[in-house]
Design a protein around this ligand. Structure first.
Ligand code: UDP
Ligand code: MG
Length: 318
């Protein structure tokens, strides 16, 4: 009998988990020929998430949980979940029902009947999202796809169903700065994209502020492109050429009109401008350096404080 593992990151989701479980029960009933395990990853929640997960585990052994010692972020939660799956097929999805579990049977059918290694999903619209957020997201995708060799699909959700071999490939990428949307693309394999209408959260509220999204986008850019590092060289060459012509112009002007010290305000502006560009380029180098620094420390991606199998004396892989 085939097994599907479902990885569900949860951060302060006490309201959403029961609703999600109900929904999953329908889906599991519908897919009766398959065994399931749902691995909830409590990402250092401060509300009753862990208590609910423990109750759920008592009630239904298909529901397992991992609990982090603090908030490590959704990417770390997905990694931890994937690492602890045993199914032949593995799905990742949000707990807030923004990734409809009802799509799972169709995704499974595609993997069985068609020649694909994973089925991914993307939103067809960004309805219900604040305008400014949509605009920033759109700009981010345009920018990153221009400078990165790995295609980052606009509107892609982290909701997908993968075959085991793809999961193993994703786990091979044990980098500290994780950007799933890039990692799933980078490993390759044949992907079928399904589109669906954006759905509002079933309960609770989004954990992503614009600031968090900005930090996340920097993670994506530095993780999957080194093009910004060339910026300093390109701007440097342009400025050298420009200054050469300016020097020529000033020499000729001085020879003809003899006017050596005129124009210091423009000089101050130029100094500020060039200084700004230099700091900006140093900043870009610093951004990459800081990522490299964190990567070389080889810190664990997550730390567990509890898990459903810990009671049975089983030690989970880190
Ligand atoms: N999440 C997480 N850790 C975090 C932030 C979010 O595990 O630090 C989980 C959250 O519980 C949810 C999923 O990631 O299951 C998506 O989060 P959210 O719905 O807030 O994001 P959005 O759907 O608004 O992009
Ligand atoms: Mg959500």
């Amino acid at each position: 009998m085939k097994k599907i593992s479902v990885v569900v990151p949860c951060f302060n989701e006490e309201e959403a988990i029961p609703v999600y479980y109900q929904e999953m029960c329908h889906v599991m009933k519908e897919m009766s020929g398959i065994t399931f395990e749902i691995i909830f990853v409590d990402d250092g929640s401060s509300d009753g998430t862990l208590t609910i997960l423990k109750e759920l585990n008592e009630k239904d052994k298909r529901c397992k949980y991992l609990s982090f010692s603090r908030n490590f972020g959704k990417e770390a939660a997905i990694y931890a979940g994937l690492k602890n799956t045993v199914g032949d097929y593995v799905a990742t999805m949000d707990v807030d029902l923004q990734d409809p579990p009802s799509m799972l049977p169709e995704m499974y059918r595609i993997l069985i009947e068609e020649d694909y290694d994973n089925v991914a999903t993307k939103r067809s619209t960004r309805e219900g999202e604040p305008k400014i957020r949509s605009f920033l997201s759109e700009s981010f995708y345009k920018f990153i796809n221009r400078i990165s060799k790995t295609e980052i699909v606009n509107g892609a959700r982290d909701y997908r169903l993968m075959k085991r071999k793809m999961v193993d490939a994703v786990l091979e990428m044990s980098e500290y700065n994780r950007f799933s949307k890039g990692i799933f693309e980078w490993v390759g394999f044949r992907t079928k994209w399904l589109e669906f209408q954006n759905v509002e959260r079933c309960a609770g509220e989004t954990k992503w502020s614009i600031r968090k999204l900005f930090v996340y986008s920097i993670e994506g850019i530095t993780g999957f492109s080194v093009a910004p590092l060339s910026l300093a060289s390109i701007v440097g060459v342009c400025f050298c050429l420009l200054s050469f012509f300016m020097i020529l112009f000033i020499i000729i002007r001085t020879v003809i009109w003899g006017d050596p010290v005129d124009g210091w305000p423009s000089l101050v502006c130029i100094i500020f401008f060039v200084g700004g560009i230099q700091l900006f380029c140093t900043g870009i180098v610093g951004e990459y350096l800081s990522k490299t620094y964190l990567e070389t420390k080889h810190r664990p991606i997550f730390i567990l404080k509890d898990s459903s199998d810990a009671k049975n004396g089983k030690c989970y892989e880190k």
